[in-house]
Design a protein around this ligand. Structure first.
Ligand SMILES: *Cc1c(COP(=O)(O)O)cnc(C)c1O
Length: 456
């Protein structure tokens, strides 16, 4: 009998990655450059330096270095909550009665409750190195704001968070966690910025959106001395930091001679999925191995499966650089009954390009099916998953059930990005049978595609 794989594979401290992996180095066709919205020319380091920290700008523009050293202080911080476990989902496999082997990389074991801390600590570190006073940001569901407040308090930086209004009202405890770490939290849109006041005047009853909160945070960063803006997803630098997820997974799997056939992740702005698949995608790009990669997105905010691949604004206020990505248009607002996170209108440029080249697949799932999968998972694996993460669970279960039909013993790896303790209203709606699905019509999508900028 072959040796049983442990339930949880933990790396030793000395096995943890000391460098991030930059998948762009192995892409023969690179993601399109960010454009300056005023000139429509590729952004220079100087353009970006007004908004972002200098070292992070270098990382954003770096398409050639395959590996980038993780500064020692960041490695030390990682050791507080990493390595994260790679778990063999024996109980789920048994429950599903599938021959598939299911693994998940669990990133929810820290107070922010998600993978976002991996990039928050890196961004706070570089802001501190640059001698800044603080940073501004937006948060939707609240995980990024929480992660960033933890990272800022560690480096003694001021942290100003614009939180999407409906989420600010629905998740008061998220706000208090952020305030406990010393962050200043403002519901967005607000009257503290010009762009916020403009949006409020036009749409007084708005619930807010990520795109709008981004505009406010950027304005706040560029109008105060010693501040820069930081973003928790979408950007290539964030995927770079999140590559620790994939590298740890790969080191752990290699140690036990496991090769995944399918790698699955939920996709909001694309950072956890990009981080998880990067080292495996590198092997595929170099022609060394082949894997199936699947991005899972909500049917109510389907940027990859129904969006267009075009230059678009990253924010509603149209102050950020233009990025070529799969997008629903920066004016897109997901339906108010959408509870499952992943509500950003666009997608990482790296993932967009990989998807466009046919190197990655994408599926969309409806939220009631996502919560059903979440409940099924929670009942056998013991972890209460975040709704975002549950998109990946849903897809992993679907793939495992296909294996049951065909008898194939595929190995599935998925990213379990976080825990759902702050999503109990959504779980409550599901448990009461009050949750519904909303899929935007083609006409609605067309309307928001009409807001795309003309770049040629
Ligand atoms: C933010 C978040 C996501 C989605 O963001 P990506 O950048 O697409 O990874 C997924 N899961 C959790 C728990 C999150 O907090």
């Amino acid at each position: 009998m072959s040796e049983k794989i442990p339930y949880k594979i933990y790396l030793e401290e000395h096995e943890m990655p000391k460098q991030w992996y930059n998948v762009r180095a192995d892409m023969s066709k690179k993601p399109a450059p960010l454009l300056n919205p005023a000139t429509l020319k590729p952004c220079t380091a100087e353009d970006l330096g007004h908004v972002f920290c200098d070292e992070l700008v270098k990382q954003e523009l770096n398409e050639s270095d395959r590996y980038i050293d993780i500064p020692e202080e960041i490695q030390e911080f990682y050791k507080m909550y990493r390595p994260s476990p790679l778990v063999r989902a024996y109980c789920l496999e048994k429950k599903l009665d599938t021959p598939a082997k299911i693994y998940y990389k669990f990133e929810g074991n820290n107070t922010s409750g998600s993978h976002k801390l991996n990039s928050a600590i890196a961004q706070a570190y570089y802001a501190k190195q640059q001698g800044l006073k603080g940073v501004t940001t937006e948060t939707g569901a609240g995980q990024w704001g929480t992660a960033l407040s933890m990272a800022c308090s560690y480096f003694d930086l001021d942290c100003q968070v614009y939180m999407v209004k409906c989420s600010y009202e629905q998740k008061p405890f998220r706000r208090e966690v952020m305030r406990t770490y010393g962050a200043n939290v403002t519901p967005s849109p607000s009257d503290t910025t010009e762009v916020g006041r403009k949006i409020l005047a036009e749409f007084p009853d708005t619930n807010g959106s990520l795109g709008c909160a981004i505009s406010e945070a950027v304005e706040k960063a560029t109008s105060q001395d010693g501040y820069r803006y930081v973003l928790g997803s979408v950007l290539s630098q964030v995927l770079l930091h999140q590559s620790v997820i994939g590298m740890e997974s790969k080191i752990a799997m290699d140690k036990y001679g496991i090769t995944p056939d399918i790698i699955i992740g939920c996709a909001g702005g694309g950072s956890n999925l990009g981080g998880l698949i990067s080292p495996f995608m590198g092997e595929k790009l170099r022609g060394e191995k082949d894997y199936r990669f699947i991005a899972v997105e909500p049917a109510s905010c389907p940027s990859l499966t129904r969006g267009v691949y075009a230059y678009d604004f990253c924010d509603t206020g149209k102050v950020c650089p233009l990025q070529k990505m799969y997008t629903l248009g920066s004016g897109f607002m997901p339906s108010a009954n959408h509870a499952g996170g992943l509500r950003y209108h666009g997608m990482s440029a790296i993932l967009s390009e990989l998807y466009d080249q046919g190197l990655m697949e994408a599926v969309s799932v409806e939220q009631t099916a996502v919560f059903e999968a979440a409940q099924q998972f929670a009942r056998v694996e013991g972890i209460l998953p975040a709704p975002e993460s549950s998109h990946a669970i849903k897809c992993a279960i679907d793939e495992a059930m296909k294996c049951k039909e065909t008898g194939e013993e595929k190995t599935i790896l998925f990213g379990l990005t976080g825990t759902g303790y702050f999503d109990m209203y959504a779980y409550g709606a599901y448990n009461d049978g009050r949750m519904s699905d909303y899929i935007p019509t083609d006409e609605e999508l067309k309307k928001s595609f009409d807001t795309l900028p003309k770049t040629d």
